[in-house]
Design a protein around this ligand. Structure first.
Ligand code: MHF
Ligand code: KIV
Ligand code: MG
Length: 256
């Protein structure tokens, strides 16, 4: 049963940390039983299960409801709830209230926040209050309209330096770990070497302290997974076969 302090220590270990998303009880139970260290109730639920084409429409009510389902089905993994677009950042009191809802009411053990210069103080206050924070730099999908797409980040010297500075500032603010998304592996390796807290990569190469991916991408259920994702199964094919077999069995009079 890893705590945030166990995760914090793990950057010294040689075995990489594992994190996967889950959004509901049956899939959380599968991820938990497989021994994955952390479950992220990602705002990627917008794309992955709610039918939106981005994470922007995802609400606090969505994340709270799905976090409750995941927490109820999880025995061992650390459950981290992803704070949705505009639930934090405009003013810190609202961010604290919303993070509090995910921990106090939905039962998450920590929150993840898409980070920037505007989240350093919020991260520090949340940690002081007892809400562990996972920071998130590199590609931050909630800023898709500002960035102009889901392109790789940190590819210029100036952008790479900004990511390194912000990573350090969030470690100093008390974040227990950092997700680094869709950046060059050299930059991810430098940030990983620079920080004491574990860096969890997604599309960031092999030299981080751990890896995270979206569950529907990993099991082969997503319609259009990002280029850096890898599918380790064919759940879509399995479900198509099962549903077709059911329809045929009923139509042919073989079931019930
Ligand atoms: N199913 C799923 N998996 C994810 O990993 C994921 C989500 N959904 N939703 C939220 C974000 C969005 N992510 C994405 C989505 C697309 C690209 C992608 O296609 N990148 C291409 C093209 C970029 C562009 O021009 O817009 C690339 O080559 O970098 C990358 C990350 C990662 N996250
Ligand atoms: C891809 C991970 C890091 C995420 O933020 C999400 O699933 O929402
Ligand atoms: Mg997210």
């Amino acid at each position: 049963m890893p705590t945030v302090q166990d995760i914090r220590q793990a950057s010294a270990d040689t075995t990489p940390l594992t994190m996967l998303t889950a959004y509901d009880a049956p899939t959380a139970a599968i991820v938990d039983a497989a021994g994955v260290d952390m479950i992220l109730v990602g705002d990627s639920m917008g794309n992955a299960v709610l039918g939106y084409d981005s994470t922007l429409p995802v609400t606090m009510a969505d994340v709270a409801s799905h976090t409750g389902a995941v927490v109820r089905a999880t025995e061992d993994a650390l459950v981290v709830a992803d704070m949705p677009f505009l639930s934090y950042g405009a003013d810190d009191d609202t961010g604290i209230e919303n993070a509090g809802q995910l921990v106090k009411e939905a039962g998450a053990s920590a929150v993840k926040i898409e980070s920037g210069p505007h989240t350093v103080a919020l991260t520090e206050r949340l940690v002081q209050l007892g809400i562990p924070v996972m920071a998130h730099l590199g590609l931050t999908p909630q800023r898709v309209n500002q960035v102009g797409g889901y392109t790789r980040q940190g590819t210029t010297e100036a952008d790479a330096q900004e990511i390194k500075d912000l990573a350090r500032r969030h470690e100093e603010a008390g974040a227990f770990s950092l997700v680094l998304e869709h950046v060059p592996s050299e930059l991810a390796a430098e940030v990983t070497a620079d920080l004491d807290i574990p860096v969890i990569g997604i599309g960031a190469g092999a030299e981080t302290d751990g890896q995270v991916l979206v569950l529907t991408d990993v099991v082969g259920l997503s319609a259009s997974p990002p280029p850096f994702a890898e599918s380790f199964g064919d759940v879509r094919g399995e479900m198509e076969d099962a549903v077709a077999a059911y329809r045929e069995a009923v139509e042919d009079g073989e079931f019930p």
